[in-house]
Write a protein that binds this ligand. Structure first.
Ligand SMILES: Nc1ncnc2c1ncn2[C@@H]1O[C@H](COP(=O)(O)OP(=O)(O)OP(=O)(O)O)[C@@H](O)[C@H]1O
Ligand SMILES: [Mg+2]
Length: 269
């Protein structure tokens, strides 16, 4: 599972400047096979930008990315996909007017030839979609439903299912549970457990701090474009994470005073 390397992903010295802001300043990130890493930080801390560097959507000014010990250089999401890195973006990038199966197969629909002419093999597509959904435990009654008619949680599942169907080694999810109802959040978290149990390494970006404690092995906190802390999940608490995110030094006193509201809602603003 480890391909002989301790790290599936190792990003070192990653910097990116969007004048006038140093969005990423010498950032490091490591990820082991099958590990779920929670990436947290206040709005604008640089989480999405760092993830996009790993998914090939943003090209850093400097820094190195290694996948399974090999240095890679991504200049597009296609490059990252070829290295088995997939990202589910915050906006999901689904086609609303296309059905579930069509979205899962977007751009690589199965074809069959009739008298030498290629036709879309819709039967195969729907059967394979059903298989994929079942394997991931995604509950959707009909693969012919248009995505615009699905719930937020189902849409999120389809976006994750699509990413998972490329057989990634690394799956990055940017705020996958932000807009979901309670049961839908649980379904997405279960999906994260399912893929990580298969050895996929997951980066979960979230402001819902309670989710971190349900699926993550480790968390990494960013503050104004820099790494500020890293904790194994069993060695930290929601109070400490809140303090690290807002840049306060953690103390038992601040955990007791004035943090109850933050702790319940996460720190999304
Ligand atoms: N394409 C861009 N052009 C200019 N500035 C950018 C660009 N992308 C990001 N930034 C800036 O970089 C900083 C970090 O943004 P980023 O989206 O990575 O933060 P984030 O941690 O994901 O925040 P949030 O939790 O709000 O999603 C912000 O100040 C943002 O305005
Ligand atoms: Mg973001």
């Amino acid at each position: 599972m480890t391909d002989g390397h301790p790290y599936r992903v190792r990003m070192t010295g990653i910097s990116k400047r969007y004048t006038p802001i140093q969005t990423l300043d010498n950032v490091t990130l490591t990820l082991k096979p099958g590990e779920v890493l929670g990436l947290v930080g206040d709005n604008g801390a640089g989480k999405s930008t760092l993830s996009k560097v790993l998914s090939g959507a943003v090209i850093p000014d400097s820094g190195t990315i290694e996948i399974d010990g090999e240095v890679v250089s991504f200049s597009s999401p296609a490059d990252a996909r070829a290295a088995h890195v997939e990202m589910v973006y915050q906006d999901l990038s689904l086609c609303d007017t296309v059905d579930v199966a069509g979205n899962l197969f977007l751009g690589r629909e199965p074809r069959r030839r009739v008298l030498g002419v290629p036709f879309l093999d819709t039967k195969a597509m729907h059967a394979q979609t059903r298989d994929m959904l079942d394997r991931l435990g995604i509950v959707i009654a009909d693969t012919r439903l248009k995505v615009e008619n699905l719930s937020g949680g189902q849409r999120q599942s389809i976006a994750i299912g699509r990413a998972a169907s490329f057989e990634p080694k690394v799956l990055i999810m940017d705020e996958p549970t932000a807009a979901l109802a309670v049961a839908e959040v649980e379904a997405v978290l279960e999906l994260i457990r399912t893929v990580s149990a298969r050895g996929v390494s997951v980066i979960l970006i979230t402001h819902r701090l309670q989710d971190l404690f349900l699926v993550c092995d480790r968390i990494q906190v960013m503050y104004e474009g820099r790494n500020v802390a890293e904790r194994r999940i069993e060695d930290t608490s929601i109070e400490e994470v809140v303090n690290l995110i807002v840049g306060r030094k953690f103390s038992a006193r601040s955990a007791r005073h004035g943090l109850d509201r933050d702790t319940e809602t996460g720190v999304s603003a």
